[in-house]
Design a protein around this ligand. Structure first.
Ligand code: SAM
Length: 272
């Protein structure tokens, strides 16, 4: 019978952020596949766990998946961990999960820390719906294309960000998405944990030389889609009138599109 593949979340800073179940699983499995074995060894030493470690990182993900799958098929239980947080979230894991599914191997999540979720819940931004973008491409053209693609997304947007790219990326984001409200969640669960809120321009003025790890949470688009944003109020009215809508309904829709009170739109057209 095949063994099980456990995807075990580890702390994103504070070593106490690991569940009892995660500790039990790390103790019980036959081997632990880790993104950086030296890094994971420190966690295992802290937890007083002695276990065989094998490396499983982005560059060897495909090859290593095959080797690990044969171990699983031979009946071994394997825990996969990344350097921090939840495996397969901007971290290695996706390839082995795909192969495990193909090979009918049971996959068990062992939940725990995840930087994006913790940044989101502290952000004060809409949590009902959100889009996780992860790291923006380092290729300028691809980066801009991605930002243009998500420009009109009304959901809260979440990015992972490296400190040395933060300022430059904020400038590009401001240029494409506009000067939106953002939240910078820095060094979550660590000594220098900090959550900064404001418009992109205000944050750019505030931050000196960024240090540490960042999650960037950005308010979703408040605008209607591009074609309608360009409308004057009269054109906007005509747009809905041509769709056969009644005056009351048109005013309601314009107010919603522009994120303003119905009364404001009503007054505008009464004064005409
Ligand atoms: N798998 C991880 C998770 O579950 O969050 C993410 C790994 S990704 C390679 C690393 C990025 O996550 C960092 O560059 C940063 O954007 C974010 N991150 C990780 N730990 C963080 C922390 N303690 N505070 C803020 N951001 C963090």
């Amino acid at each position: 019978m095949s063994g099980k593949l456990y995807l075990v979340a580890t702390p994103i800073g504070n070593l106490e952020d690991i569940t009892l179940r995660a500790i039990n699983i790390l103790n019980e499995v036959d081997l632990i596949a880790a993104e950086d074995t030296r890094h994971t060894l420190k966690l295992l030493n802290h937890l007083k766990i002695k276990k065989t470690l094998v490396s499983y990182y982005k560059q060897n993900e495909k090859n290593k998946s095959e080797i690990l799958i044969s171990e699983l098929l031979a009946g071994k239980n394997i825990a996969l961990v990344s350097d921090a947080g939840t495996p397969a979230i901007s971290d290695p894991g996706y390839e082995i999960v795909k192969s495990a599914i193909k090979n009918d191997i049971e996959i068990c999540p062992i939940p725990g820390a995840c930087a994006l979720i913790n940044a989101l819940i502290c952000s004060g931004m809409e949590t009902k719906e959100f889009s996780f973008i992860g790291f923006l491409s380092t290729n300028k053209k691809e980066k801009k294309e991605k930002l243009k693609e998500i420009k009109n997304d009304k959901k809260t947007l979440i990015f992972y960000e490296a400190p040395h790219k933060l300022k430059n990326n904020l400038e590009i984001i401001k240029e494409i998405l506009g000067d939106r409200n953002i939240v910078l969640a820095r060094e979550l669960t660590k000594i220098h944990e900090e959550i900064v809120r404001g418009k992109i321009s205000e944050i750019l003025d505030k931050i000196g030389e960024p240090r540490g790890e960042f999650v960037l949470v950005i308010e979703g688009s408040k605008k209607i889609d591009d074609s309608k944003t360009e409308f004057t109020l009269e054109e906007h009215y005509k747009y809905y009138e041509e769709q056969g809508l009644e005056k009351k309904e048109i005013i309601k829709k314009i107010a919603k599109d522009r994120n303003v009170q119905k009364n404001e739109i009503y007054k505008y057209f009464m004064q005409k």
